[in-house]
Write a protein that binds this ligand. Structure first.
Ligand code: AMP
Ligand code: ZN
Ligand code: FE
Ligand code: FE
Length: 283
């Protein structure tokens, strides 16, 4: 069991557990550093920071995960230590969340046209106050027995290029990196194998300020971890990692802290964030 998990979702987006529950669970598991990285939302950070005060052994890094669509895949950019009170960030994330609503509605209506009758109201209910996403649609499909597993929803219908797939608002991964930098955050490319050519993406994003790449990830094969570690070294990036935990609780899910991530990854992020803060204070 690793002591570090830098990729976690809560009810502020499409995770099932509240920020508070995640924090106590991480503490129970004996984790040392976690990062809350909800999709297009920083709403979980304040309650998580409040909850972590009860566990002096545990450190919480405020984060976010911004998704962008590519012609041939998706690129997700994690932002660590973002200023979650930033107005610009708040406004941008709000815009993304609104567009998520339109996108999810579009997918529900495409499903409807195919005879898969999902109630939009129910999808909203499942999402609650959280930033709406495809897992909420998948859960509604599962409930009504249209699919047998979560995977099936993505493979057939709502995954990239699926029958009911709708693209998200146009934003480039470079723009996501730049938004994170303007919000005083540290941009890191998440799970690089959702893009066709991880190296060219890393090179492109490094040029605009990427500081890390997610090397240790629940879906990686040993070869993928190895090759991403090589890329991190070649491009001078911090090798981060995490479980992308959503608290779904099915048998396929990797438990919080269940991916071995070196403590050094967290230490390097913390040191870099400290240096940036110092630079700003001296400006
Ligand atoms: P969205 O934010 O609407 O683009 O949905 C992205 C989320 O869907 C990811 O964070 C994953 O939790 C989930 N997801 C994406 N692809 C799959 C898949 N093939 N199987 C299960 N869950 C997936
Ligand atoms: Zn998610
Ligand atoms: Fe992601
Ligand atoms: Fe994620």
């Amino acid at each position: 069991m690793s002591g570090v998990d830098l990729h976690i979702h809560s009810t502020a987006s499409d995770g099932k557990l509240s920020p508070e529950t995640l924090v106590s669970k991480a503490a129970e598991l004996g984790l040392k550093v976690i990062a809350l990285t909800d999709h297009d939302s920083v709403d979980g950070i304040t309650p998580a920071l409040e909850a972590v005060k009860n566990f002096p052994e545990l450190r919480l890094i405020p984060g976010v995960e911004i998704s962008t669509d590519l012609a041939d895949g998706e690129a997700h950019v994690l932002g660590y230590f973002i200023d979650y009170t930033s107005r610009e960030l708040g406004a941008a994330l709000e815009r993304f969340r609104n567009s998520r609503q339109g996108r999810a509605r579009g997918m529900v209506s495409k499903l409807g046209a195919m005879g898969i009758d999902i109630d939009w109201q129910r999808v909203q209910e499942i999402a609650g106050d959280g930033s709406i996403g495809r897992p909420h649609i998948a859960r509604a499909m599962l409930e009504k027995g249209y699919i047998a597993t979560f995977e099936e929803a993505f493979d057939k219908y709502i995954g990239h290029g699926g029958l009911a797939y709708v693209e998200r608002e146009k934003m480039t991964p470079e723009e996501a990196v730049e938004l994170i930098l303007r919000s005083r955050g540290l941009p890191v490319l998440a799970h690089p194998f959702t893009v066709n050519n991880p190296e060219s993406m890393i090179k492109k994003l490094k040029a605009v300020g990427l500081v890390g790449v997610e090397v240790y990830y629940k879906d990686n094969t040993a070869e993928q971890t190895e090759s991403t570690l090589g890329l991190a070294e070649r491009y001078g990036l911090i090798a981060t990692g995490g479980t992308d935990y959503h608290g779904i609780g099915d048998s396929n899910e990797v438990m919080l802290g269940g991916v071995e991530v070196p403590l050094e990854a967290a230490e390097r992020l913390i040191a870099m964030a400290g240096k940036q803060a110092l630079k700003q204070a001296n400006q």
